[in-house]
Write a protein that binds this ligand. Sequence first.
Ligand code: OGA
Ligand code: FE2
Length: 398
Amino acid sequence: MSSFKFALFQFCLVMLCFHETSKTRKERYGMDKYRDFDPNGTRDRYCKPPACVPGTGRNLVRLDGVEVGYSRTLESAPGTTHTLITINMKPLIFEIPHFMSDEECDHLIRLAEDKGLQNSTTRSGRPNRKMALFDFNGDKKIDLNEMRVTMEDMFDMYLEEDEILEIYDQLDWDGNGDGILDRSELGTVTKEELKHFVMQWIAAKPHLRSRYSEQTWLYPNQVQDDIVDQFMLRIHSVLQLPEPLIDKHNEFQVVKYHVGGHYNAHVDSAPLSDLRCCHLTSSTQCRICRYATVMVYLTDVEEGGETAFPVANNASYNVQTLRTGRKLNLNRHCHESNLMVKPEKGKALVWYNHFIDEKTGWIGKVDNYTWHGGCPVVKGTKWIANRWINVSQTEMLI
Ligand code: OGA
Ligand code: FE2
């Protein structure tokens, strides 16, 4: 299939998907059904038929956003309530102010510091992969935009045109200096030479990577800590998640961004496929299976460090336009994003990376509107905790 047809096909699939899933509770059931919502009601009230199997406690729940600004109070433990505010519908995003207290946030930071942080990595940028230049228009020449996407895909390195020109200069690559590599110019630098040069270049400029932060993983079973236990339980009870998901695969990530730290736009999960979920295998041949993301800001940030959703609410989503455009480079173009959320200590952001499959009631298609990332920190330090709700498409169905 040509890339254009493929993009069109994907677009149609997404539109189909949204046609089904963007119906609000109001549209599905009528106004009064959500107006008289009872925060202490059963979990089945949140399900979309046929996902609800009353009484099994094994439904994968997707809370209803209702509409932007809709606020509901949920109980996470007897006497402890949290307010969930719908801040966006496409993708569906909830904000929970004060999800964690200041002391709980400080405690998680301390645990992460005690464990020790490492430089963050990503699954993209695969220098060992076969090198292929992106020639979108098939003219056998590589222009600056095509080289930019090539560098992003191959080396996880996000460059602006002036930086690419600097690389050309240093490699003496673009003989006539027109910014376009034609066939003869392309032949003057081997793939090995390019790879070698770029690897050194990135090592010296780590901020050009898609992700520039430090992180660590905390394993609740290993830390044996009341605050960590409560953090996990709170997430599950607020999101009405099936109990068996609580104690499985239960690590979470703590991330620290210094000034300049950022995370370019990405989707936290991957489309369903026959590949095994990474949380269920030690093989690197796996895909990430994260039904939902719960991200808690553990600090305020003096300036910058917003969480951005560059394609939120776009009339249409087109992967090709996204790749060839610049909006994914949040390090440089964060403020062109359609939605930005300001970090506030203790606040949680929640979104579903997948829809629920109406037939199975279990994890379904990826919500492509969830592309998101972290804008560069301008002043201060940003800490977050990421808890991803791992769900395999086959596990838990029986
Ligand atoms: C992530 C992420 C956003 C942020 O860690 O996966 O998307 O605001 N972070 O830091
Ligand atoms: Fe993310």
